[in-house]
Ligand binder design. Structure first.
Ligand SMILES: Nc1ncnc2c1ncn2[C@@H]1O[C@H](COP(=O)(O)OP(=O)(O)OP(=O)(O)O)[C@@H](O)[C@H]1O
Ligand SMILES: [Mg+2]
Length: 336
């Protein structure tokens, strides 16, 4: 039986697993449902997501990772174990696993993920930094002495990194990503329309009619349901794309400012490379309309979205295992 390698993207919003040579085998929400009275784990992933908000009060659906950090180590371990067991159950041999954790996760927390993978039966385990994985999985050759900039806009954070020679030269992260855009939409509708809408509704609004720059989307309207803050009763209102743009634009500017800050700190030779090659956006959050256009306009550097924005981190994490075989050392002793 052949060996097999797994690339595991442990994201704030979703867990994506790539088996080298086979493709994406898991794509599920990072959610876990727990009975708070007994501490028992009832469901993980899609099944847990379905339970959210529809169960008795003592059964809660939690996200073990929030804002790009591990908020609950025990739950994270459960999630890692569950998915590695799920994937490896169809193989006889133990897998070699590379895990990508959000860049702001500490070493102690990373070790929890590593230990969980080992106890789930991993033969060997490595940690991979998210920007490296995002670049590799998007087909960028990072082995050259050439500066490349990757901005990964996930659910919890936007991670901005300059990479050269298989390593991160400098990086930072800002809490401006998918979930916060949803929150901005909820706040806007609450303050301006006096209606409370749910997180899933806000996410749908963002995906369908949300834009961070004027003129990138034809004027569109969308009907949404929520609860009136005046009567307390259910209501249906119409939200238009243009009324949201100013709020979303203002928030996206915090990401732009952080990108500019990194460009200012980047050594001149590498900045020249970035100027020639452009800035690559990855992550589901990068799909909000107008983001590449806004970053290009504000920085003067061409900006484009990866061809596989959501899957590239899992794919690149799996690909990184090959690099490590060649002596490239990314392991869990590395300081982040
Ligand atoms: N078409 C779309 N338009 C706008 N946003 C989108 C779209 N598709 C997905 N998203 C958003 O992408 C976010 C999730 O992105 P992704 O799966 O890259 O996050 P993650 O890797 O789990 O998070 P992180 O990297 O921060 O840990 C969600 O907020 C989701 O709403
Ligand atoms: Mg991610």
């Amino acid at each position: 039986m052949a060996n097999y390698d797994i690339g595991f993207d442990l994201g704030t919003t979703s867990i994506i697993i790539y088996v080298v040579g086979k493709g994406i085998v898991v794509k599920e929400p990072s959610v876990i449902a727990v009975n708070q009275k007994t501490g028992e784990v009832l469901a993980i992933g899609e099944k847990a997501q379905e339970m959210a908000g529809k169960t008795p009060a003592h059964i809660v659906a939690k996200r073990p990772l929030e804002n790009g950090v591990i908020s609950d180590i025990d739950m994270t371990e459960e999630v890692v174990k569950y998915f590695i067991r799920k994937v490896s159950s169809s193989y006889v041999v133990k897998p070699k696993v590379a895990i990508c954790v959000p860049s702001s996760v500490t070493n102690v927390e990373s070790r929890a993920a590593v230990n969980a993978a080992l106890s789930a039966g991993a033969r060997k385990i490595f940690l991979v930094e998210e920007p490296i994985a995002a670049a590799l999985g998007s087909g960028i050759d990072i082995s050259k002495p050439r500066g490349r900039m990757v901005v990964d806009v996930g659910g919890g954070t936007a991670d901005i990194a300059v990479i050269s020679l298989n390593d991160v030269v400098l990086s930072t992260s800002v809490k401006c990503a998918g979930t916060q855009f949803d929150e901005k939409i909820i706040n806007y509708v609450r303050l301006n329309r006096k209606v409370l809408i749910g997180e899933r509704t806000a996410e749908r609004v963002k995906k369908e009619i949300g834009a961070v720059m004027e003129g990138v989307l034809p004027e569109t309207e969308m009907e949404v349901k929520g609860r009136s803050l005046e009567t307390g009763l259910p209501v249906k209102i119409t939200v238009s794309s243009s009324e949201l743009t100013a709020t979303l634009n203002e928030f996206a500017m915090s990401m732009v400012t952080t990108i500019k800050g990194i460009l200012e700190k980047t050594p001149p030779e590498l900045v020249g490379d970035i100027w020639e090659d452009g800035i690559m956006l990855t992550g589901g959050g990068s799909l909000i309309k107008g983001l590449p256009e806004l970053i290009s306009k504000e920085t003067g550097v061409r900006c484009y979205v990866s061809e596989t924005p959501i899957d590239c981190v899992a794919i690149g994490t799996g690909m990184a295992l090959d690099l490590m075989e060649d002596g490239y050392s990314i392991n869990y002793d590395r300081d982040y």
